[in-house]
Design a protein around this ligand. Structure first.
Ligand code: SF4
Ligand code: SF4
Ligand code: SF4
Length: 390
């Protein structure tokens, strides 16, 4: 299915085409370029000549930014493909049928419904107005972990509030900006009504989205906060007894955030974990396979990338700090764990199981409901977490 694009995209496409020298440095680790072209220059020229695009091409880009990171000419293919997605949705009024938008729409409609969300809760008058925003994928994985993280934050910074919601990144990634702005307005309105100054985010996608769309608030990564405040005392060096080396996977949305990369390494050091860096790490990290909603828009490509990324280390175990990445590394065939499991889940040490299991979709939604109920019932001032079985 071919779709025409507008003059703004056409101009960007020409500019990027002119910059590309066809060196192919970007292609070695890009999940999709090799499938659709000999070089980006050839692809951009083809699209420029026809003034149209096959819709699967922009929807096969993981929007991971690796190409620009390694490109000697800073060609921004992420921008080109994302603008094309937005252009397609704007001009046709919808995401094309062939792209499988329905599951995303269902997820997002549910994610923003009252069943799974709360307003900002727990701020105190006259105090710094910081709110913890765990995001949807972490909450779906383990509400108790989220609440224990919040316990920790309140112990260190008693004035911290919490909000259960989604940042809308799945809708954004599909290029459906009208729906994204409608969803995000509900989140922003809660921040504004409560006069929130700072949002502490656990998810790398939330970090990126909120940094862009909540300019009035300071967006801080949970990892920077923990690195600064210190890990829970009972977890200090707790990882030293674990006879496993974990490879670290850095999530791609925060590839430019050196401070986050450093904070994570500091946390693993305090935990006493044995860590191995992957060949492509930090700024040069590669997408886990879920970027740009690839798992929905081009599933075969996503699975191929998950396997490729998971097997770029000889280690059997991978630790990361994005729950979507944990899922991808599991799909890629490795044992994967979230850094928060080491920080706040005592069970992993008792059971000596250092990787996450499988959860059904139903369980994930039920976990989100449980988390929302826990926040609704908060009696702040004491501990807020309770035990839950996974
Ligand atoms: S953003 Fe990532 S997936 Fe898209 S073209 Fe660049 S390297 Fe490939
Ligand atoms: S790295 Fe840059 S210049 Fe080289 S082929 Fe890729 S986009 Fe073109
Ligand atoms: S799932 Fe992880 S690596 Fe993939 S795009 Fe999201 S954060 Fe990046």
């Amino acid at each position: 299915m071919q779709i025409k694009f507008d003059s703004e995209v056409s101009k960007l496409l020409k500019e990027e085409k002119e910059k590309c020298i066809g060196c192919k440095l970007c292609m070695k680790n890009c999940p999709m370029l090799g499938q659709y072209c000999k070089t980006p220059k050839e692809l951009l020229s083809r699209m420029d000549e026809g003034q149209q695009v096959e819709v699967i091409i922009p929807y096969s880009c993981a929007l991971c930014g690796y190409c620009t990171q390694v490109c000697p000419k800073q060609v921004d293919l992420n921008k080109v493909f994302f603008k094309l997605r937005m252009n397609i949705v704007r001009d046709t009024g919808r995401v094309p049928e062939t792209i499988n938008y329905r599951p995303v729409q269902f997820h997002q409609k549910s994610s923003f419904s009252k069943l799974f969300t709360t307003e900002v809760t727990g701020l105190e008058a006259g105090k710094k107005r910081s709110v913890f925003f765990p995001g949807c994928s972490l909450t779906a994985y383990n509400p108790d972990l989220v609440m224990k993280t919040y316990d920790y934050l309140r112990e260190k910074r008693p004035e911290t509030g919490i909000m259960m919601n989604c940042c809308g990144k799945p809708t954004y990634s599909m290029g459906d900006m009208k729906s994204f702005h409608r969803f995000y307005a509900t989140v922003q309105s809660s921040f504004d009504v409560q006069g929130v100054d700072e949002i502490i985010v656990a998810c790398q996608n939330c970090y990126k989205t909120m940094t862009q769309y909540s300019p009035k608030q300071k967006v801080t990564s949970l990892w920077e906060v923990i690195a600064e405040l210190g890990i829970p005392e009972d977890k200090m060096n707790r990882g030293k007894s674990i006879p496993i080396t974990f490879a670290i996977h850095d999530p791609c949305p925060t590839r430019k955030e050196t401070n986050i990369h450093d904070s994570i390494r500091k946390i693993t050091l305090e935990l006493g974990l044995k860590i191995r860096e992957m060949e492509f790490s930090r700024e040069n990290t590669l997408c886990c396979g879920s970027g740009g909603m690839l798992g929905i828009t081009n599933k075969d490509l996503a699975i191929h990338q998950m396997k490729k990324r998971a097997n770029q280390t000889e280690e059997d175990y991978i630790v990361t700090y994005c729950e979507e990445c944990v899922e991808s590394m599991k799909h890629g065939g490795k044992k994967a764990i979230h850094i928060l499991d080491f920080l706040f889940d005592d069970e992993i040490y008792l059971k000596k199981i250092y990787h996450q299991g499988q959860l059904s979709t139903l369980k994930k939604w039920s976990n989100r409901y449980v988390a929302k109920r826990k926040v609704k019932k908060l009696k702040l001032g004491g501990r807020v977490s309770g035990n839950q079985k996974r």
